[in-house]
Each structure stands twice: as structure tokens, then as C-alpha cells.
Write a protein that binds this ligand. Structure first.
Ligand code: HEC
Ligand code: HEC
Length: 202
């Protein structure tokens, strides 16, 4: 690698700053200590992680958890005992979250985005060119997100727990400093993905 004189001086200065900085603050860690856990990194047999402890509050009595960021999939705030696994013939989540029944049981209805498929209809034309949503495109071309409405929840969304997960009550190992910004007043408790889907797409 080639350095001009100015870059070299800056690099050396930064390196010196880092080295003295560490020495002065005394924040060096031994190899045994560099993990997030409080025990020796090499002591696998005596280290027990915190137990996973999901909430036990029944559906209908739990408190919804604020969304982590705009249009984040909400966490499941209630016990899911007896509701999993979701199978082809049995999706108990929909027994309450299907928009047809959700209001009656005070569950959040599955949003409009779940009643749609976003997979573009893709074919090859006679010349072997890729046709997406009726338009000839390059393989890597960006197209406006396809939207094909479905009568009920799309099969692409059938496995709810692939995206919605319960929250375990454990102390985080590192404090989360992330502060989400919601552009709409109710963004903390509601999604609007279908209205914002094509933002930023040319
Ligand atoms: C017996 C009815 C019932 C069943 C079954 C059920 N839920 Fe719920 N769910 C609710 C209710 C009611 C709420 C609102 C919080 C409350 O009152 O406990 C809720 C809240 C939620 C939320 C949070 C929504 C928000 O606005 O933040 C998610 C996510 C969720 N449920 C996912 C699921 C999944 C996934 C399943 C299947 C594994 C499931 N639920 C099964 C009734 C149910
Ligand atoms: C591929 C991931 C994925 C799957 C699978 C999925 N969801 Fe979602 N869900 C999301 C995301 C992302 C959001 C927030 C953005 C949006 O509304 O699409 C969401 C939002 C929700 C909301 C909040 C609606 C609102 O108005 O705020 C509910 C309730 C919900 N999903 C229930 C379900 C249920 C029930 C299933 C299974 C039938 C399911 N989801 C399957 C990703 C998923």
C-alpha cells in the first residue's frame, strides 16, 4: 500500500492516540475476559446462560409491546402455549388475528400487507428476456414493488412465528441505545407498510 506523507503522519498520530488512550484509561482486557459474559471465556462447563423466560400472560390479558421501529413486526406479548407449531391445516393465530374475528376478541387484525403477495410475476419472453410484471427488465433491474391482493392471509405469511416472536424477560447484556423515530403519531402501535411500500423506489 502507498501512503502520501500527510496520510502517513495522520495514521501514525491516530495509532499513537489509540495506544496511549488504552494505556491511560487502563481498559485492556485479557483473552479470557473479552466476551460479553462475566465468566472466563474458556469455562464452558461452568457457564450457564440466563434461562429463557417468556411471559405467561394469556392472550386477551397481555399488554402490547411498543414497536421497535416504524413498521417492525410486533412482538407477541402473550403466552403461545398450545398454539405452536403452526401447521398447514392448523393456524391457531388466525383464530383470533384474522381480520374477520380480531375486533370481536380485541386482537390486532393482521394488516393489509398480509393479504397480498409481493412476488413479481416473472416469465421469459420468446427472446429469452426477463419479463417482470409485464415489462421487459434487466435481471438486476429495480421495479416498483409488485402487489397482488389475496382473499385471505397470503400463504407467504402463513408461518406467523417466522417473523413474530415472543419476548424473553432477561436483562440485556448490553444496553440498547437505539432510539426509533416514528413518522406518524401512531407508528409505535400500528403499521402502515402498504402505504409506504414503494418509498425510495424509482
Ligand atoms: C385467543 C386469541 C389469540 C390467539 C390464539 C393468538 N392471539 Fe395474538 N393477540 C391476541 C390479543 C387479544 C392480543 C392483544 C393483547 C392482549 O390483549 O393480550 C394479541 C396480540 C398479539 C400481537 C401484538 C400485536 C400488536 O399490536 O402489538 C402479536 C404480534 C400476536 N398477538 C401474534 C400472535 C401469534 C403469532 C399467534 C399464534 C402463535 C397469536 N397471536 C395467537 C389474541 C390471540
Ligand atoms: C414475513 C414476515 C411475517 C410473517 C410470516 C407474518 N408477519 Fe405479521 N407483520 C410482519 C411485519 C414486517 C409487520 C409490520 C409491517 C406490516 O404491517 O406489514 C407485521 C404486522 C403484523 C401485525 C400488526 C398489524 C398492525 O396493524 O399494526 C399483526 C397483528 C400481525 N402482523 C400478525 C401476523 C399473523 C397472525 C401472522 C400469521 C398468519 C403474521 N403476522 C405473519 C411480518 C410478518
Amino acid at each position: 500500500m502507498m501512503f502520501d506523507k500527510k496520510t502517513l503522519i495522520t495514521t501514525v498520530a491516530i495509532a499513537a492516540f489509540i495506544v496511549t488512550g488504552c494505556a491511560v484509561s487502563g481498559s485492556t482486557y485479557s483473552e479470557e475476559e473479552i466476551g460479553l459474559r462475566k465468566t472466563n471465556l474458556y469455562s464452558e462447563n461452568t457457564t450457564n446462560p440466563d434461562k429463557t423466560s417468556y411471559g405467561k400472560v394469556a392472550a386477551g390479558e397481555s399488554k402490547v409491546i411498543a414497536r421497535a421501529f416504524e413498521n417492525a413486526p410486533p412482538m407477541i406479548p402473550h403466552d403461545v402455549e398450545g398454539m405452536l407449531p403452526i401447521t398447514r391445516d392448523n393456524n391457531s393465530c388466525l383464530a383470533c388475528h384474522d381480520p374477520m374475528v380480531a375486533e370481536a376478541v380485541k386482537a390486532t387484525p393482521t394488516p393489509k400487507s398480509h393479504m397480498a403477495s409481493f412476488r413479481p410475476l416473472t416469465t421469459l419472453d420468446a427472446n429469452g428476456q426477463i419479463v417482470k410484471e409485464g415489462k421487459v427488465v434487466d435481471n438486476t433491474a429495480d421495479i416498483k414493488t409488485a402487489l397482488h391482493k389475496r382473499d385471505g392471509v397470503s400463504m407467504e405469511r402463513f408461518n406467523c412465528s417466522a417473523c413474530h416472536a415472543p419476548q424473553s424477560n432477561n436483562e440485556p447484556l448490553v444496553k440498547n441505545e437505539f432510539a426509533p423515530e416514528f413518522r406518524s403519531a401512531n407508528g409505535k402501535s400500528q403499521s402502515n407498510l402498504l402505504d409506504t411500500l414503494n418509498e425510495g423506489v424509482q
